[in-house]
Design a protein. Structure first.
Length: 272
């Protein structure tokens, strides 16, 4: 009996390890809902936040991702960069856009990977032709559910000297009305020291892919483009004067995601 027990325990442990790793390495689309509040809103709004797609596909012709976005009934669809990828044909992006382009409020900013694409501006023109507003360091004002809202977008800093990028950020902030609900789309969360001194109520970012390899039951990721153990790996962060929200992103990638499923973020912003 003892001779049988040892190999049996080893087999059970091996099976458990396999099951855990199958789950941990899953790249099934995950739709996550997040909640926060603001006293600059008269009524609640809902935001669909898309980041770091890198031209990957979810279902035939993006049907799974399109359905998740449309089913969310969001007031705004906001894309925070690295939607395209320099190593891809980028047609999966436009399959997605084709499925959501009837939405009245879709906004996009660039990430660092877009600036490695030789025909970037032809891709951005295609977005504009399909009802996606590309925000090149500018602000759009709109009214949603009785709320005055601005959506601003910063081009990724890879296209500027850092000092120039910060001046442009502060220039956008200076023109904002404190009584509006002011949203900024900016790909990189690690610029929080600049964001926190602005008039934006909410900053949306991505870039870190959730830290790629995540420690289960925590919000700790292991790696990012800027080094190990990134500070901002997913969810809301209080910066003092405003809030930063970071998406774990949608890219499946050549580098495995571990306990880190691709994420579509739905943000419920409650009036206070």
């Amino acid at each position: 009996m003892k001779r049988i027990r040892g190999p049996l325990i080893f087999l059970i442990i091996l099976i458990l390890i396999c099951i855990i790793n199958i789950y941990a390495l899953s790249v099934e689309l995950e739709v996550n809902y997040y909640n926060t509040k603001s006293n600059n809103l008269n009524n609640d709004i809902r935001i669909c936040h898309i980041s770091d797609l890198h031209d990957y596909s979810f279902g035939d012709n993006q049907k799974d991702l399109i359905k998740a976005i449309n089913d969310s009934n969001s007031d705004l669809i906001l894309l925070t960069g690295d939607i395209f990828d320099e190593t891809k044909k980028n047609e999966n992006v436009f399959k997605l856009i084709d499925g959501i382009k009837s939405h009245p409020h879709i906004y996009y900013v660039t990430g660092n990977h877009e600036y490695r694409i030789s025909n970037l501006y032809s891709l951005l023109n295609r977005l504009e032709e399909n009802n996606v507003k590309v925000l090149h360091n500018k602000t759009e004002e709109l009214v949603i559910n009785g709320n005055k809202i601005t959506v601003s977008g910063m081009d990724d800093s890879i296209s500027y000297q850092m000092g120039t990028w910060v001046k442009k950020l502060n220039g956008l902030s200076a023109k904002l009305d404190d009584n509006n609900y002011n949203i900024l789309l900016s790909h990189r969360p690690n610029y929080s020291s600049y964001y926190k001194n602005t008039k934006f109520d909410l900053i949306l970012s991505g870039h870190y892919h959730g830290g790629q390899f995540r420690i289960p039951f925590t919000n700790i990721g292991l790696i990012s483009p800027d080094g190990l153990f990134p500070k901002y790996t997913g969810g809301f962060y209080d910066l003092g004067n405003n809030k930063l929200f970071v998406s774990r992103g949608l890219a499946k990638g050549w580098l495995p995601r571990y306990f880190n499923k691709p994420e579509l973020c739905i943000l419920n912003i409650k009036s206070e």
